[in-house]
Design a protein around this ligand. Structure first.
Ligand code: ATP
Ligand code: AMO
Length: 430
């Protein structure tokens, strides 16, 4: 029998629980064992003179983080966590833990992020850490619900590809028999091809791989992207979907994750207000130029310092729109009346970029032209370009980084905290 600790109430006279020995305090005549499972902590109180002698002996043999089974009577006790304690008639060590522990699950001794990630299984026993992944679970669940309710089809596209999607060289090559192949940077080309297939509204939640040598608190070499593509709409249409989804995710987390939010002592959690402002790129650059020490001019990428300055000025989630075509990928649609700028956008949290998207070029000739102008070879994109010759509808879409969404939602200092087993420049294990 396994009774979860939170389901025990003081009026349950007897209980049997199995969980981890969170803390053991032996005060001589009296010992306390805190037993923990995924639902919480229960105090086991051992008045040595009143319990069987084997129990006192077992208590001495238990090391922290061992798995133990305890049976006994539950009593109300104001001084115990949760207002109750268990007086045991049986304690059994089910699985003894080695000691010393590589990190302190009870969080009395703080651990460096590297130590925590090296010992993720132990780190994740901490309620404050498992709370992140309970919330991440809710984020993905809300996302799937939102898309299902809105008639999207979930697709799963290949992560082994023959071409770059975003241009540049941030690709991981892989050994694929006698062919050249890479891990995919983005499902971009595939989700667009599904527009040619007539699916109209698709989404994918999957890994993206980027061989960037960044060592920052917001870049991963393997991230999870929430991607959509929608036909017969433009950038304005998919920006609205993005805002609606983000607010929906926050509302779902607010409604379903109150315990996890409490475990994290989160007092900053707030559902973002409707109507994310839309800031033209040119104005964003003016803000950055007036507030940043480093030089920044029209046509530059918005780097970390600029992102921070603009975010402080905006103070909430917002879009940056009307980007120069020169700094966006070939697939972004230029404005008909001013092709120097394009129908691309970024969705920003005050701390960092969360999503990029655009209305796409759906005209074959223009697309070939734009690929060539970016210095890429259209011949390498034949499989992608061909569908544009046979009735490609107008379409738009975006990609939203799941880890950045969780990181900013929970105020985590480092994006690695939102990933169970992060991959970065120096880390491929565990
Ligand atoms: P997108 O690819 O859509 O722009 P992103 O947020 O990953 O999304 P990047 O251009 O990859 O954007 O990087 C964002 C910012 O991160 C850069 O503009 C730069 O300021 C910062 N950055 C990139 N590399 C480094 C680095 N090695 N060290 C510190 N900061 C970096
Ligand atoms: P982009 O390259 O901006 O756009 O990626 C979209 C979003 O994915 C997340 N992201 C990352 N998160 C952590 N570490 C990384 N190295 C990383 N790289 C990207 C970010 C980013 O905003 N094809 C386009 C999307 C589209 O137009 O539909 C694309 O990939 O949150």
């Amino acid at each position: 029998m396994r009774v979860s600790i939170n389901t025990i109430t003081p009026d349950t006279p007897s209980a049997e629980v199995i969980g981890w020995a969170h803390e053991i305090r032996d005060l001589g005549g009296l010992a306390f064992l805190l037993i923990r499972d995924r639902t919480g902590i229960l105090q086991v109180t051992i008045p040595k003179k009143k319990v069987a002698p084997e129990i006192a002996e077992t208590i001495r043999a238990i090391s922290r983080e061992s798995v133990v089974r305890v049976r006994g009577i539950i009593k109300p006790e104001g001084k115990a966590p949760g207002g109750r304690e268990l007086i045991p008639d049986l304690i059994e060590i089910v699985s003894l833990s080695a000691s010393p522990l590589p990190l302190d699950v009870a969080e009395k001794v703080p651990a460096e992020l590297d130590t925590r990630l090296d010992n993720r299984f132990l780190d994740a026993r901490r309620p404050r850490v498992s709370a992140i992944f309970k919330i991440r679970n809710a984020v993905q669940h809300a996302t799937r619900n939102f898309f299902f309710d809105n008639g999207f089809i979930e697709i799963n596209t290949s992560k082994i590809v023959a071409a770059a999607t975003e241009g540049g060289t941030e690709l991981f090559p892989i050994a694929y028999f006698e062919k050249e192949a890479f891990l995919n940077q983005s499902p971009q080309l595939y989700k667009q091809m599904m527009m040619a297939a007539g699916f109209e509204k698709v989404y994918e939640i999957g890994p993206i791989f980027r061989a960037e040598e960044h060592n920052t608190t917001k870049h991963l070499n393997e991230a999870t992207s929430i991607d959509i593509e929608v036909s017969f709409t433009d950038h304005i249409g998919v920006m609205q979907i993005l805002e609606d989804l983000v607010r929906d995710i926050y509302q779902f987390v607010d409604k379903t994750c109150s315990d996890a939010i409490a475990d994290m002592d989160l007092d900053t959690f707030a559902v973002p207000e409707k109507g994310f402002p839309r800031l033209p790129y040119a104005e964003a650059i003016e803000i950055a130029a007036s507030k940043c020490e480093e030089d920044i001019t029209y046509g530059d990428d918005i780097g970390t310092a600029a992102e921070k300055a603009i975010g402080e000025e905006m103070g909430r989630m917002y879009f940056i729109v009307d980007w120069p075509s020169s700094i966006r990928p070939y697939y972004a649609m230029p404005y008909e009346n001013d092709p120097e700028i394009c129908k691309a956008f970024d969705m920003m949290h005050p701390r960092m970029e969360l999503s990029s998207g655009a209305q796409r070029v759906h005209q074959y000739d223009l697309l070939v032209d734009q690929i060539a102008k970016k210095g890429l070879n259209p011949e390498n994109f034949e499989f992608y370009l061909n569908p544009f010759r046979f009735g490609m509808p107008p379409h738009a879409g975006w990609g939203l980084g799941a880890e950045r969404m969780v990181t900013t939602m929970l105020g985590l200092p480092n994006v690695r905290e939102a990933v169970l087993f992060p991959r970065d420049r120096h880390r491929v294990v565990p």
